[in-house]
Design a protein around this ligand. Structure first.
Ligand code: GDP
Length: 306
């Protein structure tokens, strides 16, 4: 937590400094409120949530007669937290399930998102976390579209010591690879199978088809316990558009927001959470195997406020 807060703070967030500058004024003028609004927009909080937050804050300052800048900051903190919602369950479902014959089947985590957002890296980091918890893991390289994708996943697999199921030919049927991975995981009594997918967003019908088929074949073998959508925090409001599409086609259960280390615009968390109503569960804080952290709403909002 301290690490997350420290790293968000170190990302040089101008939001904290700017907010503090605005909120430390004795009396907030219309210009100050505009500046506050602009600061939130610049941090990628998004137009909708920003409007609501500023409106709610103005009302509370007026109605409750709040003057003290520290108290205004506290109100802003509570408005942000109300959207990010600390009460949501952010745990990952990675428990084995009882099978039809009582033998038990692996949990299956499907990882979706546009290419380049950090899916493969996130899977490597996640496998590392699971292995550290003494869980056995199999990776499925169902991104058969890009030739290098399976190699990259396999490299992460060997790095963290877990096997990767892949096809030996390019352009193989992604659903077939996903099926093989889950079947192997089941045969070997593995705890969690994590399946990588190709994120081709050019064609929504195609994406829906592909993810639908992958989902169907997986659930023949084992329950799909998590569908994680990986979003790149540095893509700002574009990420939201992607999130919307995947949210519609993939039945997303949680969001992984990557590259938070590389942006001062972490407000995208607020926008994403509001927009999708799906909790941000994990955040990526770097390219290394240990750079994945559970998302902590309070630490996050404190980091944002600086
Ligand atoms: P994929 O195409 O969605 O599988 O994306 P990759 O896993 O290949 O990641 C794309 C690039 O983003 C790689 O260079 C990763 O090292 C980098 N990356 C992934 N996650 C993070 C993160 O949390 N922080 C930073 N700084 N880079 C990341």
């Amino acid at each position: 937590l301290a690490r997350l807060r420290g790293r968000l703070a170190r990302s040089g967030s101008p939001l904290g400094a700017r907010l503090l500058a605005v909120l430390s004024r004795d009396h907030l003028t219309d210009d100050d409120w505009d500046e506050l609004e602009e600061t939130l927009l610049l941090a990628d909080v998004g137009a909708g949530p920003t409007g609501e937050i500023v409106e709610a804050l103005r009302t509370r300052v007026r109605v409750e007669g709040v003057k003290d800048p520290a108290a205004v900051r506290e109100l802003l903190r509570s408005e942000l937290l109300a959207i990010v919602d600390p009460t949501l369950d952010r745990s990952l479902s990675t428990e084995r399930h009882p099978g039809p014959d009582g033998s038990g089947v692996p949990a299956v985590v499907l990882v979706v998102g546009v290419n380049g957002t950090g899916k493969t890296t996130t899977i490597g980091k996640l496998a590392r976390v699971l292995v550290a918890e003494d869980r056995s893991v199999v990776l499925g390289a169902a991104d058969t579209f890009r030739a290098a994708a399976a190699d990259q996943l396999e490299t992460w697999g060997s790095r963290v010591g877990v096997p990767t199921v892949r096809s030996d030919r390019d352009g193989a049927d992604p659903a077939a690879v996903a099926f093989d991975a889950v079947r192997q995981g089941r045969a070997e009594g593995v705890d969690v199978v994590v399946v990588d997918t190709a994120g081709r967003l050019q064609n929504k019908a195609g994406l829906m088809d592909e993810l639908g088929k992958i989902t169907r074949v997986i659930t023949k073998e084992a329950p799909l316990t998590e569908v994680l959508l990986v979003l790149d925090a540095t893509t700002g409001q574009n990420g939201l558009t992607q999130a919307r599409v995947f949210g519609e086609v993939a039945g997303v259960t949680g969001i992984v927001l990557t590259k938070l280390d590389g942006t001062a615009r972490g407000g995208i968390v607020v926008a994403v959470q509001r927009e999708l109503g799906v909790p941000v569960k994990l955040v990526g804080l770097g390219e290394g195997p240990d750079d994945l952290a559970p998302f902590d709403p309070e630490a996050f909002v404190d980091g944002l406020l600086g």
